[in-house]
Design a protein around this ligand. Structure first.
Ligand SMILES: [Zn+2]
Ligand SMILES: [Zn+2]
Length: 390
Protein backbone atom coordinates (compact mmCIF):
# COMPACT_ATOMS: atom_id res chain seq x y z
CA UNK A 1 0.00 0.00 0.00
CA UNK A 2 1.11 3.47 -0.82
CA UNK A 3 1.47 5.78 2.17
CA UNK A 4 0.33 8.74 0.03
CA UNK A 5 -3.07 7.09 -0.22
CA UNK A 6 -3.91 8.04 3.34
CA UNK A 7 -3.40 11.72 2.63
CA UNK A 8 -4.89 11.95 -0.83
CA UNK A 9 -8.59 12.00 -1.50
CA UNK A 10 -8.77 10.61 -5.02
CA UNK A 11 -12.55 10.92 -5.10
CA UNK A 12 -12.33 14.64 -4.36
CA UNK A 13 -9.60 15.08 -6.97
CA UNK A 14 -11.87 13.61 -9.63
CA UNK A 15 -14.94 15.34 -8.22
CA UNK A 16 -16.92 12.13 -7.78
CA UNK A 17 -18.63 10.61 -4.75
CA UNK A 18 -17.19 7.66 -2.89
CA UNK A 19 -19.79 5.34 -4.37
CA UNK A 20 -19.33 6.52 -7.96
CA UNK A 21 -19.55 3.76 -10.56
CA UNK A 22 -16.62 2.83 -12.78
CA UNK A 23 -18.44 4.51 -15.68
CA UNK A 24 -18.89 7.78 -13.77
CA UNK A 25 -15.23 7.80 -12.75
CA UNK A 26 -14.11 7.17 -16.31
CA UNK A 27 -16.35 9.89 -17.68
CA UNK A 28 -15.21 12.45 -15.11
CA UNK A 29 -11.57 11.58 -15.65
CA UNK A 30 -11.88 11.95 -19.42
CA UNK A 31 -13.52 15.35 -19.11
CA UNK A 32 -10.87 16.60 -16.67
CA UNK A 33 -7.99 15.06 -18.62
CA UNK A 34 -9.08 16.85 -21.79
CA UNK A 35 -9.40 20.12 -19.88
CA UNK A 36 -6.08 19.88 -18.00
CA UNK A 37 -3.90 18.15 -20.60
CA UNK A 38 -0.43 19.82 -20.78
CA UNK A 39 -0.75 20.15 -24.58
CA UNK A 40 -3.76 22.31 -23.99
CA UNK A 41 -2.22 24.34 -21.16
CA UNK A 42 1.38 25.02 -22.17
CA UNK A 43 3.42 26.57 -19.35
CA UNK A 44 0.56 26.29 -16.84
CA UNK A 45 2.19 24.63 -13.83
CA UNK A 46 -1.03 24.43 -11.85
CA UNK A 47 -2.85 22.63 -14.64
CA UNK A 48 0.07 20.25 -15.01
CA UNK A 49 0.04 19.48 -11.28
CA UNK A 50 -3.69 18.83 -11.35
CA UNK A 51 -3.31 16.69 -14.45
CA UNK A 52 -0.77 14.52 -12.62
CA UNK A 53 -3.13 14.35 -9.63
CA UNK A 54 -6.16 13.17 -11.59
CA UNK A 55 -4.02 10.66 -13.51
CA UNK A 56 -2.84 9.13 -10.26
CA UNK A 57 -6.40 9.15 -8.89
CA UNK A 58 -7.74 7.48 -12.02
CA UNK A 59 -4.96 4.91 -12.00
CA UNK A 60 -6.14 3.74 -8.58
CA UNK A 61 -9.91 4.19 -8.84
CA UNK A 62 -10.22 2.59 -12.30
CA UNK A 63 -8.63 -0.60 -11.03
CA UNK A 64 -11.15 -2.57 -8.95
CA UNK A 65 -8.48 -4.23 -6.83
CA UNK A 66 -6.51 -1.03 -6.21
CA UNK A 67 -9.69 0.91 -5.49
CA UNK A 68 -10.78 -1.65 -2.93
CA UNK A 69 -7.38 -1.54 -1.26
CA UNK A 70 -7.46 2.26 -1.27
CA UNK A 71 -10.98 2.37 0.21
CA UNK A 72 -10.04 -0.07 2.91
CA UNK A 73 -6.84 1.75 3.77
CA UNK A 74 -8.75 5.02 4.01
CA UNK A 75 -11.60 3.66 6.12
CA UNK A 76 -9.18 1.81 8.38
CA UNK A 77 -7.21 4.91 9.19
CA UNK A 78 -10.08 7.35 9.15
CA UNK A 79 -11.08 6.45 12.71
CA UNK A 80 -7.90 7.59 14.42
CA UNK A 81 -5.48 4.99 13.25
CA UNK A 82 -7.07 1.81 14.54
CA UNK A 83 -8.97 -0.84 12.69
CA UNK A 84 -12.67 -0.88 13.46
CA UNK A 85 -14.25 -3.72 15.38
CA UNK A 86 -12.53 -6.14 17.65
CA UNK A 87 -12.11 -5.49 21.32
CA UNK A 88 -12.06 -2.09 22.80
CA UNK A 89 -12.53 0.00 19.68
CA UNK A 90 -12.93 3.54 20.90
CA UNK A 91 -11.35 4.34 24.25
CA UNK A 92 -10.78 0.68 24.98
CA UNK A 93 -10.41 -0.12 28.64
CA UNK A 94 -9.17 3.25 29.79
CA UNK A 95 -10.74 2.87 33.22
CA UNK A 96 -8.73 -0.28 33.88
CA UNK A 97 -5.52 1.45 33.06
CA UNK A 98 -4.85 -1.26 30.55
CA UNK A 99 -5.76 -1.54 26.91
CA UNK A 100 -8.16 -4.44 26.50
CA UNK A 101 -6.81 -5.04 23.04
CA UNK A 102 -3.44 -5.76 24.61
CA UNK A 103 -5.10 -8.14 27.03
CA UNK A 104 -6.68 -10.11 24.28
CA UNK A 105 -3.90 -9.85 21.77
CA UNK A 106 -2.14 -13.06 20.85
CA UNK A 107 1.08 -13.88 22.69
CA UNK A 108 0.69 -11.02 25.09
CA UNK A 109 1.87 -13.24 27.93
CA UNK A 110 1.66 -12.59 31.66
CA UNK A 111 -1.52 -11.15 33.01
CA UNK A 112 -3.00 -10.69 29.53
CA UNK A 113 -2.45 -14.29 28.67
CA UNK A 114 -4.02 -15.36 31.93
CA UNK A 115 -7.13 -13.23 31.48
CA UNK A 116 -7.31 -13.99 27.78
CA UNK A 117 -7.23 -17.68 28.52
CA UNK A 118 -10.13 -17.32 30.88
CA UNK A 119 -12.18 -15.06 28.65
CA UNK A 120 -11.79 -17.41 25.79
CA UNK A 121 -13.74 -20.14 27.54
CA UNK A 122 -17.41 -20.71 26.93
CA UNK A 123 -19.26 -19.55 23.82
CA UNK A 124 -18.55 -22.79 21.99
CA UNK A 125 -14.79 -22.76 22.39
CA UNK A 126 -13.26 -25.95 23.71
CA UNK A 127 -11.92 -25.51 27.25
CA UNK A 128 -8.24 -24.85 27.42
CA UNK A 129 -7.86 -23.46 23.91
CA UNK A 130 -6.05 -20.18 23.74
CA UNK A 131 -5.78 -19.98 19.98
CA UNK A 132 -6.92 -16.94 18.06
CA UNK A 133 -10.56 -17.29 17.07
CA UNK A 134 -11.85 -16.42 13.62
CA UNK A 135 -14.86 -14.08 13.58
CA UNK A 136 -18.27 -15.37 12.54
CA UNK A 137 -19.43 -15.25 8.94
CA UNK A 138 -22.34 -12.85 8.60
CA UNK A 139 -25.15 -12.93 6.09
CA UNK A 140 -26.97 -10.10 4.43
CA UNK A 141 -29.06 -9.57 1.33
CA UNK A 142 -29.20 -6.82 -1.21
CA UNK A 143 -31.45 -5.85 -4.10
CA UNK A 144 -29.60 -4.08 -6.88
CA UNK A 145 -30.95 -2.05 -9.73
CA UNK A 146 -30.33 -3.55 -13.15
CA UNK A 147 -27.87 -0.75 -13.96
CA UNK A 148 -25.82 -1.20 -10.79
CA UNK A 149 -25.54 -4.91 -11.48
CA UNK A 150 -24.14 -4.19 -14.96
CA UNK A 151 -21.01 -2.34 -13.94
CA UNK A 152 -20.71 -3.17 -10.26
CA UNK A 153 -21.33 -0.85 -7.35
CA UNK A 154 -20.21 -0.21 -3.80
CA UNK A 155 -23.13 -0.32 -1.36
CA UNK A 156 -23.04 0.55 2.34
CA UNK A 157 -24.53 -2.35 4.34
CA UNK A 158 -25.55 -1.97 7.98
CA UNK A 159 -24.67 -5.06 9.94
CA UNK A 160 -25.30 -6.24 13.46
CA UNK A 161 -23.09 -8.86 14.96
CA UNK A 162 -22.29 -10.44 18.27
CA UNK A 163 -19.40 -8.53 19.78
CA UNK A 164 -17.84 -7.81 23.14
CA UNK A 165 -20.11 -5.55 25.18
CA UNK A 166 -19.06 -1.99 24.45
CA UNK A 167 -19.78 -0.78 28.00
CA UNK A 168 -17.53 -3.22 29.85
CA UNK A 169 -15.31 -4.15 26.88
CA UNK A 170 -16.19 -7.78 27.29
CA UNK A 171 -15.25 -8.23 30.95
CA UNK A 172 -18.87 -8.36 32.15
CA UNK A 173 -17.99 -6.22 35.17
CA UNK A 174 -19.36 -2.78 36.03
CA UNK A 175 -17.08 0.10 35.03
CA UNK A 176 -14.35 0.59 37.63
CA UNK A 177 -14.45 -3.03 38.78
CA UNK A 178 -12.75 -6.11 37.39
CA UNK A 179 -13.97 -9.68 37.38
CA UNK A 180 -12.06 -12.08 39.58
CA UNK A 181 -11.17 -15.66 39.03
CA UNK A 182 -14.10 -17.94 39.78
CA UNK A 183 -13.58 -19.35 43.30
CA UNK A 184 -15.43 -22.58 42.53
CA UNK A 185 -13.36 -23.70 39.56
CA UNK A 186 -10.23 -21.61 40.08
CA UNK A 187 -10.72 -20.09 36.65
CA UNK A 188 -10.76 -23.31 34.67
CA UNK A 189 -14.48 -23.07 33.87
CA UNK A 190 -14.86 -26.74 34.76
CA UNK A 191 -15.46 -28.80 37.84
CA UNK A 192 -14.28 -32.35 38.09
CA UNK A 193 -16.45 -35.10 39.39
CA UNK A 194 -15.23 -38.59 40.18
CA UNK A 195 -17.50 -41.50 39.44
CA UNK A 196 -16.49 -45.13 39.45
CA UNK A 197 -12.81 -44.31 39.19
CA UNK A 198 -13.32 -41.98 36.19
CA UNK A 199 -13.04 -38.23 36.27
CA UNK A 200 -15.75 -36.26 34.50
CA UNK A 201 -15.43 -32.58 33.67
CA UNK A 202 -18.61 -30.51 33.93
CA UNK A 203 -19.04 -26.83 33.18
CA UNK A 204 -18.74 -24.82 36.40
CA UNK A 205 -22.20 -23.85 37.66
CA UNK A 206 -20.96 -20.73 39.47
CA UNK A 207 -19.44 -19.05 36.40
CA UNK A 208 -21.30 -21.03 33.66
CA UNK A 209 -17.98 -22.06 32.22
CA UNK A 210 -16.53 -18.60 31.85
CA UNK A 211 -13.96 -19.05 34.60
CA UNK A 212 -14.70 -15.56 35.85
CA UNK A 213 -16.75 -14.34 38.69
CA UNK A 214 -18.27 -10.88 38.50
CA UNK A 215 -19.21 -9.30 41.85
CA UNK A 216 -20.80 -6.24 40.32
CA UNK A 217 -22.20 -7.02 36.85
CA UNK A 218 -22.08 -4.54 33.96
CA UNK A 219 -25.62 -3.06 33.69
CA UNK A 220 -25.52 -3.14 29.87
CA UNK A 221 -24.84 -6.85 29.35
CA UNK A 222 -25.86 -8.16 32.82
CA UNK A 223 -22.43 -9.68 33.23
CA UNK A 224 -22.35 -11.76 30.06
CA UNK A 225 -19.68 -9.59 28.46
CA UNK A 226 -21.40 -9.93 25.10
CA UNK A 227 -23.30 -7.32 23.15
CA UNK A 228 -24.37 -6.37 19.67
CA UNK A 229 -22.26 -4.20 17.47
CA UNK A 230 -23.77 -2.34 14.58
CA UNK A 231 -21.52 -1.11 11.86
CA UNK A 232 -21.62 -0.20 8.21
CA UNK A 233 -19.39 -1.95 5.73
CA UNK A 234 -18.81 -0.89 2.17
CA UNK A 235 -19.80 -3.91 0.10
CA UNK A 236 -18.10 -3.91 -3.28
CA UNK A 237 -20.39 -5.73 -5.71
CA UNK A 238 -18.52 -6.84 -8.82
CA UNK A 239 -19.69 -5.97 -12.33
CA UNK A 240 -21.95 -8.51 -14.01
CA UNK A 241 -23.21 -10.09 -10.79
CA UNK A 242 -26.09 -12.50 -11.42
CA UNK A 243 -29.53 -12.55 -9.85
CA UNK A 244 -29.53 -15.09 -7.00
CA UNK A 245 -25.75 -14.99 -6.63
CA UNK A 246 -24.12 -15.16 -3.22
CA UNK A 247 -21.08 -12.96 -2.87
CA UNK A 248 -18.40 -13.58 -0.28
CA UNK A 249 -16.69 -10.46 0.98
CA UNK A 250 -13.56 -11.65 2.69
CA UNK A 251 -12.87 -10.22 6.13
CA UNK A 252 -16.06 -8.13 6.25
CA UNK A 253 -17.78 -10.40 8.76
CA UNK A 254 -17.57 -10.32 12.55
CA UNK A 255 -14.27 -9.33 14.12
CA UNK A 256 -11.90 -12.11 15.08
CA UNK A 257 -10.80 -12.56 18.68
CA UNK A 258 -7.34 -12.84 20.18
CA UNK A 259 -5.79 -11.74 16.92
CA UNK A 260 -7.81 -14.19 14.83
CA UNK A 261 -8.94 -13.20 11.34
CA UNK A 262 -12.30 -11.57 10.69
CA UNK A 263 -15.12 -13.69 9.37
CA UNK A 264 -16.56 -13.14 5.92
CA UNK A 265 -19.71 -11.39 4.86
CA UNK A 266 -22.03 -13.33 2.57
CA UNK A 267 -24.37 -11.18 0.53
CA UNK A 268 -27.32 -12.68 -1.35
CA UNK A 269 -28.00 -10.64 -4.45
CA UNK A 270 -31.28 -10.05 -6.19
CA UNK A 271 -31.50 -7.85 -9.23
CA UNK A 272 -34.55 -5.77 -10.08
CA UNK A 273 -35.84 -6.44 -13.60
CA UNK A 274 -35.37 -3.83 -16.32
CA UNK A 275 -38.36 -2.80 -18.48
CA UNK A 276 -36.36 -3.15 -21.72
CA UNK A 277 -33.19 -5.17 -21.21
CA UNK A 278 -32.67 -8.68 -19.98
CA UNK A 279 -29.63 -10.85 -19.38
CA UNK A 280 -28.46 -14.10 -20.84
CA UNK A 281 -25.06 -15.28 -19.55
CA UNK A 282 -22.58 -12.48 -20.30
CA UNK A 283 -24.87 -10.94 -22.87
CA UNK A 284 -27.64 -8.43 -22.61
CA UNK A 285 -30.78 -9.08 -24.59
CA UNK A 286 -33.36 -6.72 -26.01
CA UNK A 287 -36.38 -7.26 -28.24
CA UNK A 288 -36.87 -4.57 -30.86
CA UNK A 289 -40.01 -4.16 -32.99
CA UNK A 290 -39.46 -3.63 -36.71
CA UNK A 291 -41.97 -3.06 -39.48
CA UNK A 292 -42.63 -5.74 -42.09
CA UNK A 293 -41.06 -3.44 -44.67
CA UNK A 294 -37.86 -3.07 -42.62
CA UNK A 295 -37.61 -6.84 -42.17
CA UNK A 296 -38.29 -7.55 -45.85
CA UNK A 297 -36.33 -4.71 -47.45
CA UNK A 298 -33.59 -4.32 -44.84
CA UNK A 299 -32.52 -1.07 -43.27
CA UNK A 300 -30.88 0.54 -40.31
CA UNK A 301 -32.64 0.91 -36.98
CA UNK A 302 -31.67 2.69 -33.76
CA UNK A 303 -31.49 0.46 -30.66
CA UNK A 304 -31.18 1.89 -27.12
CA UNK A 305 -28.12 0.91 -25.09
CA UNK A 306 -28.25 -0.20 -21.44
CA UNK A 307 -25.75 2.45 -20.31
CA UNK A 308 -27.56 5.21 -22.18
CA UNK A 309 -27.32 6.37 -25.78
CA UNK A 310 -28.09 4.22 -28.78
CA UNK A 311 -26.49 2.14 -31.48
CA UNK A 312 -27.42 1.72 -35.15
CA UNK A 313 -28.14 -1.87 -36.11
CA UNK A 314 -28.26 -2.99 -39.72
CA UNK A 315 -31.23 -5.21 -40.54
CA UNK A 316 -30.36 -7.40 -43.53
CA UNK A 317 -32.99 -7.66 -46.27
CA UNK A 318 -35.17 -10.74 -45.74
CA UNK A 319 -34.79 -10.87 -41.95
CA UNK A 320 -37.20 -13.35 -40.35
CA UNK A 321 -39.27 -12.53 -37.31
CA UNK A 322 -37.39 -13.57 -34.16
CA UNK A 323 -33.92 -13.37 -35.73
CA UNK A 324 -31.22 -12.28 -33.28
CA UNK A 325 -28.52 -9.82 -34.30
CA UNK A 326 -25.35 -9.35 -32.28
CA UNK A 327 -23.91 -5.98 -31.28
CA UNK A 328 -20.39 -6.67 -30.03
CA UNK A 329 -19.06 -5.18 -26.80
CA UNK A 330 -22.30 -3.71 -25.48
CA UNK A 331 -23.19 -6.42 -22.97
CA UNK A 332 -22.03 -7.27 -19.47
CA UNK A 333 -18.57 -6.73 -18.12
CA UNK A 334 -16.99 -10.14 -17.53
CA UNK A 335 -14.63 -11.12 -14.72
CA UNK A 336 -11.61 -10.71 -17.01
CA UNK A 337 -12.65 -7.14 -17.84
CA UNK A 338 -13.86 -7.86 -21.38
CA UNK A 339 -17.42 -6.99 -22.27
CA UNK A 340 -20.11 -9.30 -23.63
CA UNK A 341 -22.52 -8.54 -26.46
CA UNK A 342 -25.95 -7.03 -26.84
CA UNK A 343 -28.29 -9.50 -28.53
CA UNK A 344 -31.03 -7.74 -30.48
CA UNK A 345 -34.04 -9.88 -31.34
CA UNK A 346 -36.25 -8.41 -34.04
CA UNK A 347 -39.98 -8.72 -33.72
CA UNK A 348 -42.08 -7.85 -36.74
CA UNK A 349 -44.82 -5.50 -35.60
CA UNK A 350 -48.15 -6.01 -37.36
CA UNK A 351 -50.17 -2.80 -37.68
CA UNK A 352 -53.47 -2.91 -35.77
CA UNK A 353 -55.13 -0.38 -38.05
CA UNK A 354 -54.53 0.42 -41.71
CA UNK A 355 -55.31 3.57 -43.64
CA UNK A 356 -57.10 2.93 -46.96
CA UNK A 357 -53.91 3.79 -48.87
CA UNK A 358 -51.87 1.37 -46.80
CA UNK A 359 -54.57 -1.28 -47.18
CA UNK A 360 -54.65 -1.02 -50.99
CA UNK A 361 -50.84 -1.06 -51.11
CA UNK A 362 -50.84 -4.27 -49.07
CA UNK A 363 -53.57 -5.79 -51.24
CA UNK A 364 -51.47 -4.98 -54.29
CA UNK A 365 -48.49 -6.63 -52.56
CA UNK A 366 -50.61 -9.72 -51.83
CA UNK A 367 -51.68 -9.94 -55.50
CA UNK A 368 -48.08 -9.67 -56.77
CA UNK A 369 -46.91 -12.40 -54.40
CA UNK A 370 -49.94 -14.68 -54.78
CA UNK A 371 -47.88 -17.44 -56.43
CA UNK A 372 -45.71 -17.79 -53.30
CA UNK A 373 -47.28 -20.14 -50.76
CA UNK A 374 -45.29 -20.11 -47.47
CA UNK A 375 -47.23 -23.16 -46.18
CA UNK A 376 -46.54 -25.49 -49.08
CA UNK A 377 -43.59 -27.24 -47.37
CA UNK A 378 -45.59 -27.45 -44.14
CA UNK A 379 -48.15 -29.82 -45.71
CA UNK A 380 -45.57 -31.86 -47.56
CA UNK A 381 -43.62 -32.37 -44.31
CA UNK A 382 -46.73 -33.15 -42.24
CA UNK A 383 -47.93 -35.80 -44.70
CA UNK A 384 -44.47 -37.29 -45.00
CA UNK A 385 -44.25 -37.69 -41.24
CA UNK A 386 -47.68 -39.36 -41.16
CA UNK A 387 -46.63 -41.92 -43.75
CA UNK A 388 -43.53 -42.79 -41.77
CA UNK A 389 -45.51 -43.22 -38.53
CA UNK A 390 -46.18 -46.92 -37.60
ZN1 LIG B 1 -21.07 -5.25 29.66
ZN1 LIG C 1 -16.28 -21.29 37.84
Amino acid sequence: MNKDWLEKDFYALLGVTKDATAAEIKKKYRTLARELHPDKNPGNAEAEERFKGISEAYDVLSDDAKRKEYDEARSLFAGGGFPQGGFGSGGGGAQYGVNVEDLFGADSGGFGDFLGGIFNRGKGTAPGTRQPRRGQDLESSLTLSFDDALDGVTVPLRLSSDAPCSTCHGTGARAGTTPRMCPTCDGSGQTTRNAGGFAFADPCVTCKGRGLFVDDPCPACHGSGRGLSTRTVQARIPAGVKDGARIRLKGKGAAGERGGPNGDLLVDISIAPHPVFGRKADNLVVTVPVTFAEAALGGEIAVPLPRGGQVTVKIPAGTSNGRTLRVRGKGLRRKDGTIGDLLVTVEVAVPQKLSSDARSALERFAETTADHDPRRDLFTLAEGAQRRAP
